[in-house]
Design a protein around this ligand. Structure first.
Ligand code: UD1
Length: 415
């Protein structure tokens, strides 16, 4: 088991290239199995979720090779359509392989994903939509079996713009007969990236980036070489680090186009933000100003950065207010921040944070973004902060210690 140790009160300065996006690369990897050949992805982040997805694809019969940040997936021989239990449960987003496997081989087995630390995370919307496309789905002892004699395009209405369900539908509809019209699709940039990749593979998609998608299924999809965009959530994390610790940093490959709501919130809280062709530069002097934020589907404020904002409010001048509308369990990090002296009152979906001073403490990373938020809290705390259960952070950050060290943070990892 490894821990991260952070010494607070060192301001940050420098430049950083942002890793490829976790939430974009995983559906891109799933899309690769729709092509009976090799697909190449560049700027792939070397994170645990990618390694886990590679393991799952290999168990299905694909040959995956990751050299540096380039991943090639050869899906010529897909010999199995059973998502292995271990990989499937380790990474909930493996559920999007259901749509891809149905599209490619008309059958898929997957373990029903359990609850997780940020909320119950049901998959009812995924399953309903796949059934509407013609799949018969049965559950036996926690194992889902989906099969069809060939999916058929149809009209689907999503009652909530679920990111995963939208991706599952896209992947299934890409291999279906006829046209699928999807109302209420998620508009997250990662969905658009998947649409563009499928488009380049030969699927005709109208309405990319909107909540109304029209997908014309194609039986034979081509491969290609694709670029994973920079991770907007990692950019947001490191921007929050600069705001918590003070200083100035430039983030290259940082997807500023997709950070509108985040950067405008950070500006309102006192950060100076400059965007040009090099990337996003964030600088901060003094403490953050109070603000009120409600999370929501894109283009709203991303739930993935909510715990980072909580930290900024906790070390700010006048605190702040948060309303979490996406995942009910995303306030778990508040309990750990209390150990560092934060004053946070949680009432259902709302958090009332009083601004103040944090002190170093031993805290536990509860989930991926919550763990990163504790690292950022450590940068602004008096003394040393010790963060345990760092494996959560490794799911989405290539090397958070190295990145922050390069900006001047005093941080290290001990195993
Ligand atoms: C994805 C992202 C995650 C991000 C989230 C919301 C990936 C790998 N993960 O997760 O980082 O925080 O989008 O932007 O891309 N829901 C249902 N039934 C369903 C599906 C979802 O009720 O069948 C609910 C969920 O419980 C949650 C909400 O819808 O309350 C949003 O979930 P969803 O958009 O599906 O998130 P994920 O795709 O799991």
């Amino acid at each position: 088991m490894s821990v991260i140790l952070v010494q607070g009160y060192h301001s940050l300065k420098g430049e950083l290239e942002i890793q490829g996006s976790k939430n974009a690369v995983l559906p891109m990897m799933a899309a690769a199995i729709l092509h009976k050949g090799t697909t190449v992805l560049h700027h792939v982040p070397r994170i645990q979720d990618v390694f886990c997805m590679m393991g799952i694809l290999e168990s299905l019969g694909c040959v995956c090779r990751l050299e540096g940040h380039t991943l090639s997936i050869d899906a010529r021989e897909l010999t199995c359509c059973r998502i292995p239990e271990e990989g499937g449960k380790a990474m909930r987003s493996s559920i999007i392989l259901l749509g891809a496997l149905l599209g490619r081989c008309n059958e898929a087995f997957a373990h029903y994903p359990g609850g997780c630390s940020i909320g119950s995370r049901p998959i009812d919307l995924h399953l309903r939509a796949l059934k509407e496309l013609g799949a018969v789905i049965e559950e036996d002892d926690g194992v889902l079996h989906a099969a069809s004699t060939g999916l058929s395009g149809t009209v689907i209405h999503l009652s909530y713009p679920s990111v995963g369900a939208t991706e599952n539908i896209l992947l299934a509809a890409a291999g279906a007969n006829g046209t699928t019209v999807l109302h209420g699709a998620a508009r997250e940039p990662e969905v658009e990236v998947l649409c563009r990749m499928l488009g380049a593979m030969g699927v005709r998609i109208r309405g990319m980036g909107t909540e109304l998608l029209e997908i014309q299924g194609e039986k034979t999809l081509g491969g290609g070489v694709f670029e994973v965009p920079g991770d907007r959530i990692v950019t947001g994390t490191y921007a929050a680090a600069v705001m918590a610790a003070g200083g100035r940093a430039l983030f290259r490959r940082s997807s500023p186009r997709h950070l509108g709501c985040v950067l405008s919130t950070m500006k309102s809280m006192g950060a100076a933000i400059r965007i040009d062709q090099d990337g996003v530069e964030v600088s901060m002097e003094g403490r953050t100003r109070p603000w009120a934020v409600e999370t929501g589907p894109y283009p709203g404020f991303p739930t993935d950065l909510q715990s980072l904002l909580m930290v900024l409010f906790a070390v700010g001048e006048g605190g702040g207010y948060l309303k979490e509308t996406v995942f009910e369990g995303r306030f778990a990090t508040a309990k750990e921040l209390h150990k560092m002296g934060a004053a946070i009152i949680i009432e259902g979906k709302e958090a009332f944070v009083t601004g103040g001073q944090l002190r170093g403490a031993c805290v536990r990373s509860c989930d991926l973004r919550g763990g990163a938020a504790l690292v950022v809290a450590g940068l602004a705390a008096d003394g040393e902060t010790r963060i345990t259960d760092c494996h959560h952070i490794d799911r989405g950050y290539e090397d958070i210690c190295k990145d922050l060290q390069s900006l001047g943070a005093v941080i290290r990892r001990e195993t």
